[in-house]
Design a protein around this ligand. Sequence first.
Ligand code: ZN
Length: 458
Amino acid sequence: MPSLTFLGAAGTVTGSKHLLDLGTHRILIDCGLFQGLKELRDRNWHPLPIAPAAIDALILTHAHLDHCGYLPRLVAGGFRGRVFCTPGTKDLCSLVLPDSAKIQEEDAREANQQGFSRHQPALPLYTAVDAARALTMLQPVGYDRPVPVVPGVEVAFLSAGHLLGSAYARVRLADGKTVLFGGDLGRYSRPVLPDPSAVESADVLLVEATYGDRLHPEDDDGAQLAAIVNDTVSRGGKLIVPAFAIGRVEEVIYWLKRLEEANRVPALPVYVDSPMAARALRFYSERLDELDTDLKPAARGLSVFATQRMTTVASVQQSIELVQSHRPAIVIASSGMATGGRVLHHLAATLPSPKNTVLFVGFQAEGTRGRQLVDGAKLIRIKGRDIPVAAKIAKIDSMSAHADAGEILRWLSGFSRPPSMTYLVHGEKGALDALSVRIQQERQWPTHVAAYLEQVEL
Ligand SMILES: [Zn+2]
């Protein structure tokens, strides 16, 4: 009897890893890093309950680190199978995995230099060599094209509308049964990304519940962003936007461009302080036909993702100069939850002044600096220093790339028959429980909130 074991994103939003054990073969669906709370991050260091060498193949739903960022560690641990993903995911993985390795190595190095690690010496979770090796194992597969993964089992990727290349993975077992791994679900009627594609059936379904207990605010045509930009300009400050280098940057720039064109905000210098974000923008521009149809042919080309005074900050020296500058500007830098990356230097420099604004545009997981700031922390620890928070902290939920409860239910309403079981994953407890109850009440489907390391029979 095939079984499924939840090795991550069970009871939490990060660390997505689902092990499909067919008896003869084992397939891992997603291979994400745990992020946020220390107790969760520590799990990245625990051995998996299965030897990496015993996993035959891997399927990635998309290139966010909480879905792919553990892959180099798996490879370092002996995994030698193929990694199936869409071409867009392969593109973005070529950016995020080496970058993640660099951050791991830098953090370990800094911790050793400054002695603020409890581990002597601090080691990286994986290295650039591990990441490069992992990239050679990626096997791109276009959307809606079933391919064999291991004998008798095939996977097809269906567009999820959550990120360039994002997909649900529909796995068809030897007996014809289908298991749909929902990945992260995108949203309806948003700019840049397409709507999540409709699915009619699955025998077993895994659905994400990041915003399972919430509704996003109605689309306000950029009004909130315009207000935040103009308010920051009136105080003569800088606007810092921590953003995942892949995913939110495109939408932030899309809106800034629209607001500038309508003269609703001044054309400020906009700095994309992330070489990776700039490269990701190029991948987006190259795959416009996979994006929202609103990105009309007339507007096609790189200009879709460029404001009037946009600069890509390439070198570290330029980034340092930008951190030290007090001139009004908009700075977009990663990481999105302020867990690492260049944004930390910008935050350390701007948080102490009430002139500045820090704007969060994505989900902030428990235990991250982003969550602490959004929750109103007055002191934030960055690189071993306590930084006082006087800057304005703002948050726009409408730019989320995750479906809210209503959108998840809308997507589920496309099913012509109920799955025999719907497992809820990728959410914090309140969101998982709330969505579980709603699916039971509104669709009368059996549901189960997956627990960490729980194994279920299919
Ligand atoms: Zn995601």
